[in-house]
Design a protein around this ligand. Structure first.
Ligand code: NAD
Length: 430
């Protein structure tokens, strides 16, 4: 098929590369001219395992075509996916400006005959119908279109894997033609396909992300109780997770949820609920608890470790989670900002996210590995769950450090082992 993907970010690039790899001709439309020229040469501006290789292969085959020009891509396409950003505005609502700007360009450039327009940008119920109205307003005479919303569920760091092997495909549409074409495109993934109404599909995405975020908030609330009672969070999680209705997966006590999706999606859902008469929703409370989490936790750590002012702190991890270079709403970056305000001196290392971090945290010192970070540090903090941080030689780290405090915000390390080699250890809820 001939497809356009609008938006070359963490969702658009993997989607376009995978669809091209299945033999479709895929235009990828972006705004940034410099990045577009680089992409034409196979240079991808984000880190996603396997992405650059797939892009290069399909560029060479002529099936993956980067452009900044809607008038090249849209008239040549049967299906257009929208994957631009939907950040939060200052009121915490989903900001649809990128989506509507892209929609206008798509509408103006539609060919005569049918084009299926599919949004994958997370947006509240009602948004896809706004897209449809805008297309209707701008489309040329003779152009026909059908509309759908297909939520995206990929995880950063696993984007190619998740695009190739999704748990499910959700197609929200009222158009039998759109459903038929979208089923055909997605059948190669051999995943269950759920066809729903448009509003259901829009809400599925928010409900799924908020539920995952809720598990993190819940784990943190239980971890707080553990710290006051002598209970251990791992034991409690094991005990509740062995109930098959609850499960052992996706329990992450720590600095709270972050990343490009959960904070903005919970906030947008809370704002949307309030707008339609449900203020004081669970989502509002989650947002409050999560927003206050880092300061609360850091104050506790500060009390235990004798304050941060004037201390040299080694920060391991800056990315919002392991496996990515994305620092959007990264709890690690927020923790470092808190430490800077407390007048600590920060040395940091992250396997992937140092380039992005330098743009928002130019004032800290960046090191090439964890041992350099540990050198002469008073306190070491693990702020991102990179598995390699669990495999470091902590005997050597202890020797490099001036102090002996370690704050393991991701519960990656073995408390007893560290205490044996002379560390004063603090985790979360243990
Ligand atoms: P992103 O910021 O990485 O990418 C969006 C891209 O769209 C940017 O490169 C931006 O320059 C481009 N863009 C903006 N306006 C444009 C326009 N008019 N024309 C062409 N390009 C334009 O965002 P993302 O992380 O890929 O997320 C995209 C959407 O997918 C969001 O709604 C997000 O909530 C949702 N989503 C993201 C993830 C994830 O893990 N990142 C997962 C599921 C769903």
């Amino acid at each position: 098929m001939k497809i356009t993907v609008v938006g070359a970010g963490y969702v658009g690039l993997p989607l376009a590369a995978v669809l091209a790899d299945f033999g479709n001709t895929v235009w990828i439309v972006r705004k940034d001219k410099e990045k577009n020229e680089a992409l034409k040469k196979g240079k991808v501006h984000i880190f996603e395992p396997g992405l650059e290789k797939l892009v290069k292969k399909n560029l060479a085959a002529g099936r993956f075509i980067p452009t900044c020009d809607y008038s090249q891509a849209i008239p040549d396409s049967d299906v257009v996916f929208i994957t631009v950003g939907t950040p939060c505005n200052s009121c915490g609502e989903a900001d649809l400006n990128q989506v509507l700007e892209a929609t206008k360009e798509i509408g103006k450039n539609l060919k005569k005959g049918l084009t299926v327009i599919v949004s994958k940008s997370t947006a509240p119920p009602g948004s896809t119908r706004k897209i449809a109205s805008m297309i209707q307003k701008f489309k040329p005479k003779g152009a026909q279109f059908e509309i759908a919303f297909c939520p995206e569920f990929l995880r950063e760091g696993l984007a190619i894997e998740d695009t190739l092997h999704p748990n499910r495909i959700v197609i929200g549409s009222e158009s039998s033609e759109a459903i038929k074409i979208l089923k055909k495109i997605h059948q190669v993934f051999k995943a269950p396909i759920l066809v729903t109404g448009i509003e259901s599909a829009e809400l599925i995405k928010y409900a799924a992300n908020s539920f995952l975020a809720l598990r993190i908030v819940y784990a943190n609330e239980i971890a707080n109780l553990c710290e006051r009672t002598g209970a251990k969070i791992e034991e409690v999680i094991q005990g509740i997770g062995m109930d098959k209705r609850i499960g052992l997966h996706y329990w992450y006590p720590g600095l709270g949820y972050g990343g490009s999706c959960f904070p903005k999606d919970v906030s947008a859902l809370a704002a949307f609920a309030a707008k339609i008469g449900q203020s004081g929703s669970l989502f509002e409370k989650m947002h409050q608890l999560n927003t206050g989490r880092i300061v609360k936790l850091m104050k506790k750590v500060s009390q235990n470790f004798g304050g941060f002012s004037g201390k040299t702190i080694g920060a391991l991890g800056l990315a919002c989670k392991q496996g990515t270079d994305d620092i959007r709403e990264s709890p690690a970056i927020k923790a470092v900002n808190y430490l800077i305000k407390e007048k600590a001196k920060i040395k940091a290392y992250d396997p992937m996210a140092m380039k992005n971090s330098k743009a928002v945290l130019p004032q800290i010192s960046y090191k090439q590995d964890a041992y350099q970070v540990a050198k002469n540090a008073d306190i070491l903090m693990i702020l991102t769950d990179w598995p390699k941080f669990a495999k470091l030689n902590y005997g050597k780290i202890r020797q490099e450090m001036k102090g002996n405090f370690i704050f393991d915000s991701r519960n990656l390390l073995n408390k007893e082992k560290l205490e044996k080699i002379g560390f004063v250890y603090q985790g979360v809820g243990r």
